[in-house]
Design a binder for this molecule. Structure first.
Ligand SMILES: Nc1nc2c(c(=O)[nH]1)N[C@H]1C(S)=C(S)[C@@H](COP(=O)(O)O)O[C@H]1N2
Ligand SMILES: [Mo]
Length: 406
């Protein structure tokens, strides 16, 4: 018979941290055993998500919306996607929470309490678009490994916090600063306390933008636990992996941050178009920065039936990373001809924009409505899948819905 192995000390101690209580007989717990307290209960209740949200993975938790659920101008929590690389911390002591600014390029390493952050610095509120770099991955061919996001890994909530710039300037930024890197308290899937699930960042120029926040509120309330309570970074318009949740340390780096998921194929794409399925050498991979132009029809739901003679009012959102969307169009003939939609200005920089159109269908039958956004530099969404990349990032192909005229 195989000898029964006991759980490793480091793993046990991280389980204790996550559960928040001493595991009394923990030392004799079998290796690989998962205490009930760490197993999920009903995720919809646990995360206060709508029943129509789709669970892609429970370890770690990854949950996405459907297009028609994202109809609100400001995304409420119940329709906001969840993307985790590791385990969500389940005991947070916000009273004792601190944030440390350190790194090679900080003038003076400083640690702040959450209360200090809230009282010492001005607070700002912005609506900011967060889209996972892998949103749309499910369409890639050859298939890309990872969560098979369809269209629902995007949100635009209202975030309140302090400017990262104000904080970095308070600690002092040396001239040689290049990048910031975040560190958070979530647990690596292996439970190894020495491993971080993710530790990404952004060039200093992005960190210093007005809209780059260290946020403590989402839609006017404490940030829900799954979305980064009590403190998260928000860098709108960039892959949402830059927006670290549960942040307790930000390092000012004198080089490109080299934390977990900054290298290899993680959040990097071939700098030049690559042949599908072909291996791209490391030096030919570039870190994803601003997200590409994209849009989503949020009304009606795909499959809508309309009576002949009735007009259909469609609506949705469009966004373009660091840029604005300048033009929005729709097609009902598979992209042969395009008609203009009206499009609103964003409420603030890096917030998605709303579009509308009224469509008159010529006769009974099956149609598809395709939507296409063009950014202010004249770059449009592709009608079919854009450039292949190993991890299936940046799919900004036109969104489409089916409509039947009866
Ligand atoms: N600490 C931490 N921050 C994180 C992640 C994570 O796993 N751990 N995932 C990142 C990724 S890949 C995305 S897409 C966004 C998702 O944010 P949300 O779950 O609030 O929608 O959080 C980012 N921040
Ligand atoms: Mo992501």
């Amino acid at each position: 018979m195989k000898r029964r192995n006991f759980v490793k000390k480091a793993v046990l101690s991280s389980m204790v941290t996550v559960i928040g209580y001493d595991i009394v007989f923990g030392a004799i717990m079998p290796e690989g055993y998962e205490p009930l307290a760490l197993q999920g209960s009903d995720p919809y209740k646990m995360f206060k998500k709508d029943k129509e949200m789709v669970i892609l993975n429970d370890k770690p938790w990854n949950i996405e919306a459907k297009a028609h659920l994202l109809d609100d101008k400001i995304t409420p929590n119940k329709y906001m996607f969840i993307r985790n690389n590791g385990l969500i911390p389940n005991t947070i002591n916000a009273k004792n929470w601190t944030l440390t600014i350190d790194g090679e390029s900080v003038v003076q390493k400083k640690t702040y309490t959450l209360a200090e952050l809230k009282s010492k610095f001005n607070q700002y509120t912005y609506q900011l678009t967060l889209e996972c770099g892998g949103n749309g991955r499910s369409e890639f061919d050859p298939p890309a490994k990872g969560n098979q996001w369809t269209v629902g890994a995007v949100s635009c909530a209202k975030w309140t916090g302090i400017r990262l710039r104000d904080l970095l300037e308070d600690a002092g930024i040396k001239d040689n600063a290049v990048y910031i890197g975040y560190h958070a308290i979530d647990t690596h899937l292996s439970m190894d306390p020495n491993k971080e699930p993710i530790s990404r960042g952004a060039p200093v120029a992005k960190a210093l933008q007005d809209e780059t926040l260290l946020a403590f509120k989402m839609n006017g309330e404490d940030i829900p636990l799954a979305h980064g309570y009590p403190l998260r970074l928000i860098a709108g318009g960039w892959p949402a992996s830059v927006s670290g949740k549960w942040i307790n340390r930000i390092s000012l780096r004198n080089k490109v941050h080299d934390g977990t998921k900054m290298k290899g194929t993680a959040y990097r794409v071939p700098c030049e178009p690559a042949e599908p399925g072909k291996k791209v050498s490391d030096e030919d991979m570039c870190i994803i920065e601003s997200m590409p132009v994209k849009s989503l029809i949020t009304y009606p739901k795909s499959g809508a039936m309309i009576n002949k003679g009735e007009k259909l009012n469609i609506r949705g959102h469009a966004w373009a990373g660091e840029l604005e969307v300048g033009k929005m169009e729709y097609s009902i003939d598979f992209g042969s001809t395009w008609e203009k939609c009206s499009i609103e200005k964003p409420v603030n920089r890096l917030a998605w924009q709303h579009f509308y159109a009224t469509i008159d269908f010529p006769k009974k039958g099956y149609y598809e409505v395709w939507a296409r956004a063009t950014d202010t530099q004249g770059v449009s969404q592709p009608m079919i899948l854009p450039g292949w990349n190993p991890k299936g990032y940046l799919n900004n192909a036109c969104h489409r819905i089916a409509v039947k005229i009866i």
